[in-house]
Design a protein around this ligand. Structure first.
Ligand SMILES: Cc1cc2nc3c(=O)[nH]c(=O)nc-3n(C[C@H](O)[C@H](O)[C@H](O)COP(=O)(O)OP(=O)(O)OC[C@H]3O[C@@H](n4cnc5c(N)ncnc54)[C@H](O)[C@@H]3O)c2cc1C
Length: 342
């Protein structure tokens, strides 16, 4: 079967996806099935790896490990001839009709570029926290609130967001405190009033470390030698958006650093798309997957329209007409004899 890429410049891919996490893999599956020549370049740090049991992804009633979801996605994309490269893209530039990407290992060229580079949730800088990430130290109410129902919960933070987080957690547990870790509170008057109204305790002492056993938090140990028994920690320290490449290409970002996209995941730069947590969408796997799919569909449509405008679809058709059977065979129903129409 003739494929578009057989007729194109072999050095330039139709699509490159930077990021082989949830959004990138979902896009890759759609692009592969759309018969687009697709390369996924991934440095291997998907946040999905941090989640041992994803409980809110459609179709996995008993939960699924984030790592397994990535493995399944990669296998599914490979079935549709998507190619993968383990590399980290360090810089990118834009030509008239293509992008040039410089990775640690290689240089790549592509007609369309999808950034699915994700974000990094900053954990609190408290000894013992890192070991508990995804097990008893969380970042997201929507992902993990349900699994901590009725437990003793501390929210680390000293701003309005921490207070709103604590208020939101009351749906899941009666035992919620805010721990400022010795920082001066930065919440405003309205949030201070809510704290008082809902009688949420504040713990202001500096935290020396988090006591844990087999990744399960047991207590916050304070600098003064005392401790507070808790089961789970949440934090609101903020995120680092992997937007460097988007910035380099001059794409519009919002005030937090998320890449601005339209409904089809187009950025403000022609031929450049973004999907997943690096956009303003809520950082959830199923949303990242949906955005990846939406981006892939838009890219496929865009390439199709380009192939009409540049007449490359015509070249493709000419090759089909020359080399392939283009009219279905006709069977004579009465005799069962086959006749070939041409
Ligand atoms: C502890 C924890 C628990 C979570 N639990 C849940 C949960 O239960 N349910 C849920 O819905 N969500 C959960 N999430 C959020 C979920 O992980 C994200 O929503 C999801 O991974 C976002 O997908 P993404 O494709 O946008 O980014 P990611 O999956 O993070 O993928 C981004 C990929 O891009 C790659 N990359 C970045 N820059 C480059 C570059 N320059 N070159 C090459 N590759 C690059 C990275 O290596 C990475 O593989 C959790 C997150 C954390 C941290």
């Amino acid at each position: 079967m003739i494929r578009h890429q057989d007729l194109d410049d072999p050095k330039t891919r139709e699509v490159i996806v930077i990021g082989g996490g949830i959004a990138g893999l979902s896009a890759a599956i759609y692009l592969g099935r759309a018969q687009r020549d697709t390369l996924v370049i991934d440095s291997g740090h998907s946040m999905a790896k941090w989640e041992p049991t994803v409980e809110n992804y459609l179709g996995f009633a008993d939960g699924v490990a984030g790592e397994q979801l990535l493995k399944n996605g990669r296998r599914q994309a490979k079935r549709h001839e998507v190619v993968f490269a383990n590399d980290e893209i360090k810089s990118v530039s834009s030509g008239k009709s293509h992008f040039v990407l410089k990775g640690k290992n290689k240089t790549y060229r592509t007609k369309r570029l999808l950034l699915a580079t994700g974000i990094f949730h900053l954990p609190p800088e408290i000894p013992g926290v890192k070991e508990c990430l995804g097990h008893s130290m969380f970042f997201c109410k929507d992902c993990d609130g349900y699994r901590v129902r009725g437990k003793r919960i501390a929210i680390i933070g000293a701003n309005n967001e921490a207070i709103e987080y604590a208020l939101g957690m009351l749906h899941y547990s009666a035992c919620v405190i805010v721990a400022t870790n010795g920082k001066k509170p930065r919440w405003d008057k309205r949030h201070a009033e809510w704290l008082a109204e809902y009688e949420i305790p504040i713990e202001r002492r500096p935290i020396r470390d988090v006591e844990h056993r087999r990744r399960k938090i047991r207590a916050l140990d304070f600098a003064d030698g005392s401790c507070l028994k808790i089961d789970y920690l949440f934090t609101t320290r903020g995120d680092i958006f992997h937007n460097r490449l988007a910035k380099k290409l001059g794409a519009k970002l919002d005030s937090e650093g998320e890449i601005t996209v339209d409904q089809c995941m187009r950025t403000s730069v022609p031929r450049l798309y973004a999907a997943g947590c690096v956009t303003p969408a809520n950082c959830q796997m199923i949303i990242a997957a949906g955005q990846g799919a939406a981006a892939a569909q838009a890219i496929n449509r865009d390439l199709f329209e380009e192939s009409l405008a540049t007449h490359s679809l015509q070249r493709f058709r000419e090759a089909q007409l020359a080399d392939e059977k283009t009219i279905p065979e006709c069977t004579d129903k009465v005799s069962g004899r086959r006749s070939r129409r041409k």
